[in-house]
Design a protein around this ligand. Structure first.
Ligand SMILES: CC(C)=CC(=O)SCCNC(=O)CCNC(=O)[C@H](O)C(C)(C)COP(=O)(O)OP(=O)(O)OC[C@H]1O[C@@H](n2cnc3c(N)ncnc32)[C@H](O)[C@@H]1OP(=O)(O)O
Length: 249
């Protein structure tokens, strides 16, 4: 549910359009939406579809957009956190929902167009990732996480990011507390260079990075993230050049 302690001030409304905050007690079927923090200034959106491991069905994504609208327009909210459960951040797109869709339906119906909303939010959006997040960093149709400004992944994350292209917003990948096990699965990262065309910045604060980067890979001295580079190490201070930087929005 969403609780609103202070009504929106029209002075803060975007384009002077009246803000339509949800009435207190608004129910979400697939989300828990609330404001947290001592100042109640963090908008928290928790995916709440446990039986399907938070698979991103249409209903969930529509609610997500609604919640993002609320928080973006709420002058009290300074940042938004999207999170899942301990077992799963999200199991990616809802494959049951997708399986019978035809090409015509997808193409003509702008399939997944509404997933972009999160990248357009004019407040920092942080993905706090735990548990399963398959394909969450998939390229063109990247799942929600890829649109977030900051990704904070805990040691429970079972799949390392595959970060490819089309990230509209500034991304700061903040992997924290990652252990050797999950780092050693990170060889799928192969095109991190294309991440965040506008600005590339990664903060790596995890432990055991060097130890997880195999001696063999070190000898090859491939820049981490290079094609087929595999392994992992602390990201060099100088991020790789971006071939085609996009202008800032
Ligand atoms: C963005 C676009 C266009 C595409 C993508 O996102 S591609 C990625 C799509 N996601 C997947 O392929 C992941 C599919 N799920 C799994 O591989 C597994 O569920 C798992 C590895 C994440 C977890 O396995 P586990 O054995 O722990 O759990 P399950 O018994 O398999 O699942 C529990 C429950 O959740 C339903 N489920 C899981 N993932 C999805 C999904 N993506 N869409 C819809 N439903 C999903 C699963 O069917 C099961 O429910 P039922 O027992 O009722 O069938």
């Amino acid at each position: 549910y969403y609780t609103r302690s202070i009504p929106c001030s029209p002075a803060h409304c975007c384009n002077d359009v009246p803000v339509s905050l949800p009435p207190a007690g608004t129910q979400f079927q697939y989300l828990v939406v609330e404001k947290k923090g001592a100042k109640q200034n963090v908008g928290v959106i928790q995916l709440n579809r446990p039986k399907a491991l938070n698979a991103l069905c249409d209903g969930l994504m529509n609610e997500m957009n609604q919640a993002l609208d609320f928080f973006e327009k709420d002058p009290d909210v300074g940042a938004i956190v999207i999170t899942g459960s301990e077992k799963a951040f999200a199991a990616g797109a809802d494959i049951k929902e997708m399986q019978n869709r035809t090409f015509q339906e997808c193409y003509g119906g702008s399939f997944l167009a509404h997933w972009n909303r999160v990248s357009l939010v004019r407040k920092p959006v942080i993905a706090a990732v735990n548990g399963y997040a398959p394909r969450m960093f998939l390229g063109k149709y990247c799942t929600m996480v890829n649109f977030c400004v900051i990704v904070s992944a805990s040691s429970r994350q079972t799949q390392m990011p595959v970060l490819t292209g089309n990230c509209g917003s500034l991304n700061i990948l903040f992997m924290q507390r990652a252990n050797g096990k999950c780092l050693s699965q990170s060889s799928r990262i192969n095109s991190i260079q294309t991440l965040a065309p506008s600005l590339q910045l990664w903060l790596w604060s995890f432990l055991g990075v060097e130890s997880a980067y195999s001696e063999a890979e070190k000898k090859k001295d491939r820049p981490w993230g290079s094609e087929g580079g595999g392994g992992i190490r602390a990201y060099p201070l100088q991020p790789p050049a971006v071939s085609t930087p996009s202008p800032l929005p």
